[in-house]
Design a protein around this ligand. Sequence first.
Ligand code: FCB
Length: 451
Amino acid sequence: MNYQDGPEQFPRDFLWGVATASFQVEGAACEDGRGESIWDRFCRTPGAVAHGHTGDVSVDQYHRFPEDIAIMRSIGVRSYRFSIAWPRIQPAGAGTFNRAGIDYYKRLCVSLREAGVEATATLYHWDLPQALQETGGWPQRDTAFRFAEYVDICARELGPYVDRWITLNEPWCSAILGYVEGAHAPGIRDQTQGWAAAHHLLLGHGLAVGALRAETPAKPVGISLNLDTPRPATRREENVLAADRWMDLRTRMFLDPLLGRPYPSRHFEAYPSHRPPTIAADDADLIAQPIDFLGLNYYYEPVVGHDPNHPEGFTEVPSHHSTTAMGWPVVPRGLHRHLHWVSGHCDRRFPLFITENGCAVDDVLSEEGTRCHDPARIDYLRTHLRAAADALADGIDLRGYFCWSLIDNFEWAYGYTKRFGLVYADYVNQRRVVKDSAYFLREVISGGEPV
Ligand code: FCB
């Protein structure tokens, strides 16, 4: 046995990755013909985003991707999960495509390949062309068909360069935060629009799978969901039921249609206003097109209790766990439970990937400005990776792990106030400083550091 041999916690071909999204990192908002997105507009709505921050410059990955890829290479990641900005490809959300937009993603993918890093491309990470919001946005059925048209362009033009596709990122957030709670773009508060949006996002996913199969049949296709598998506040029946009802709303509503199962009818019976206004005859089959993997974004496990004062009769309650800079509880064992529940609920039908996991920390640079010591993030990553390793040891078909995020970035309504990166971004001069957590991940990936 040589000194490098230890117990293998992760298989040799485990897909280690890092993730970002176009609006959060690219900047270059007005360059090369990019159109306006709903997030550009939302950032300019007074009070919508902390400090009125925008995505205009962000960490300028549009110009600095070679440096970011060099960092990925030095960490040893095998795949980069980025997203394609629809308004760079179709500035007005329809019609012929913008060559400069396609060329940017080609350059990015070619550089990744040269660095030995696979391209995992998310097709929609929330930056809808504003022009499509003008015609109603996701609550309009037609938007699903516009999405399929855009995906078809991406498949044809970028298919040879992309290694794996993710259709949507977290449709719950697009539909509910965007159209019911108004906390995300386009900032609408309307139940009916929200549930129509949810259905049309799923329909768009199904149509997109069809387009990708037709153009790039060899490339795996999946979707990234933020499903909740909460614990009940107590063992009392009302709290157990509350946690289960929460799962109808947050989990079964988005996962079951993908599995060819109906929307949770118990939920619609209790909340008729949550039913999408029109579900056409073929929609269920379109949504349930077979996929090759399921992506899970896990940050924490909520605790849910009965609450008669809440419109839905249940709500998230405080827990004893320490919290991150987002105020989110740190619950690594919840990831283990989550992987087991999802795997069982899907009858082990497809492999799983963790497509996001990470935490926000109030990071500061060392005095000399060359290091960033982030022991809280190392702790978070180590404990969550241990939960993932335990799930693997239990036989769960987990194929990879993408850390959110490669680099500090625009955290939606929080603007630049929350740092999730393995790399520190100096927003004044765009200097990148690799954090200790990135060195930690490098050691885990190389097999030298057990979690
Ligand atoms: C997820 C989003 C991602 C990032 C993390 C912190 O919900 O998919 O873009 O903001 O949260």
